[in-house]
Design a binder for this molecule. Sequence first.
Ligand code: ADP
Ligand code: MG
Length: 694
Amino acid sequence: MNIIEIFAENVFNDNVMKQKLPVDVYSQLKTTREQGDALDSSIASVVATAMKDWAIEKGATHFTHWFQPMTSVTAEKHDSFLSKSNGKAISEFSGKELVRGEADASSFPSGSLRTTFEARGYTAWDPNSFAFIKDNTLCIPTAFCSFSGEALDKKTPLLRSMEAINKQALRILRLFGNNSVTRVLSTAGAEQEYFLIDKALYYKRRDLVLTGRTLMGAKPPKGQELEDHYFGTIRPRVKEYMKELDEELWKLGVYAKTEHNEVAPCQHELAPIYTRSNVATDHNQLIMETMKKVAEKHSLVCLLHEKPFAHINGSGKHNNWSLSTDKKVNLLEAGSSPAENAQFILFFMAVIKAVHEHQDLLRISVASAGNDHRLGGHEAPPAIISVFIGEELQDILLAIEKGEKAQNKQRKVMKLGANTLPNFPMDTTDRNRTSPFAFTGNKFEFRMPGSNYSISGANFIINTIVADALMQYADELEKADDFNLALNKLVAREVTEHKAIIFNGNSYSTSWIEEAKNRGLLNLKSSDEAIPYFKSEENISLFYRHGVLNRAEVISRTEILLESYCKTINIEALTLLEMVKKEIYPAVNLFIIDLSKAIKAKKDILDDNILDADINLFKKLSLLSQSILEGANLLEKFLLDSKKIEDIEELSHYYHDKILNEMENLRLKCDDIESNIGKSYYPMPTYTDLLFSV
Ligand code: ADP
Ligand code: MG
């Protein structure tokens, strides 16, 4: 197989456009894409027909507007190309169908937008994300809005935030005399972690099937402590899987690059080459979807839950982020001239300011019931946001702050715009892996997102908050008489104001929690605590200022997040109840009966006093069986009581404080039972079965 030949064979990309479109249409479409505009209706039908003919040649029969509603999956509604003309079947796909589709919005989460606005919505093509063929269907990547223009999806705010950061970054570039750049793009590369388990075993676990994670399971004798899995040899079955996964992704034009084993048993990672963030978001959705689909074919199941198993690492998604000009210059890469360096420091400082001022939003961008199990668990950053920048860059910033000599070998006076920055290591091998937001030489790596989440959330937040910081800098510097003087003053002041967010130490350590508190940093431990910050007046005006979300959209998103938090835990609680009542309780009773028979048999022959251990086990399990029944009853009562709570915020706290808590109690007892009854009595695959069978 030739990678280059199959790469993007199912994508209507620039090459195909060039071949299939008339020259003038092609160049008009190219300009549209470069400027990030919407498609002009005058060329839409020519593009649509070319696209349809190409798709039919490739075996496609249907088309769909592929979009990302406020759930964790993508949505599509298929229509065939079939049409009727003079009693004959013809294939048809009009410009109108390409540009705009209608979808009934009422069945997708829309928070209060459902009542405020019309239920119907429409989808609109994002011409910067290429159409592709999947399952014989031409998929057109689209944004999804209500008829009055409110965003009903995850893509729209991302596209709007890319406009916002483009606008503000260009203002900064102009200040540095850079007039040739016409567009600044945010870029993203998301490393995706996942678990692969055996399909037959998966279907024996109600919790995995219904909730994506195990709701019980005793600690296996072997977990990840030997660290023998990370980067280990990939087993043949997994290798076959990865091979097919790569091929499928390449055909879809996804630059799947790195595949390796992760820390936990049967955990793996795939990293693509980065691209502009809207395309990276689409590609990440395709990666997740393809991972699941290919797994099926190999009798495997791909788990994308953030914490499928207790006791071992969960799965995250590292979102690498940077800014790039249309001339392919990375704005977060230090340059070689004093001016380039000064510009780099200003962009760098803007990110630090943004993270410091908007810790709440970054925390919310990764909030979900699933990710809460992972954050702060010594496998992922804590819920406290901080930035790692490394000692060298920290020295440089502090030197600028003081206007003194930098703490580096050259001992130069740090004056932005006049000096070249001392070299700092661009090597990313030896770096802090515990930081939630780490500078890794020429990009920032946001490590908090969970494996399941769309990266649109993290990226639209990062874009917006950095755009806001850049806007404030541009406002100030555009007024300055002496640019260099003003720049030095600004950066020095900003370092003083925002250095509290910089932390190069171990973010997993307990002492950091105390220190972060002293620094005044937020620690929003659970999602129900974090999400309501989203609709603070400050945040509403931030999003409004940059045209990313209006008030109604912010409020509806807050509701959707809280609703989804409650619903997730509700499903988990109901599943756990079923497992306890239908599986664990009957199992432990069977074991108790057999144990009692064994004890009686032993009593006939042996002295009573040597049966203490048997009797203790009998007592322990009898008590545990009572206790799980009581626990299940209590959980049932809590679930019933929850129905009386109308306020969604209050309800989310109830789910966190009462229901999750009782689920955890119940789980511990079930795990204790598992550890003490015979293997043949335990009604489902154990952790060892699940983790060591692939
Ligand atoms: P790690 O050491 O964190 O495992 P990897 O090399 O696996 O790093 O992944 C790094 C990711 O960062 C890749 O997806 C890569 O494409 C992405 N990346 C590199 N440069 C940029 C950039 N300028 N903007 C966004 N993402 C980038
Ligand atoms: Mg990483």
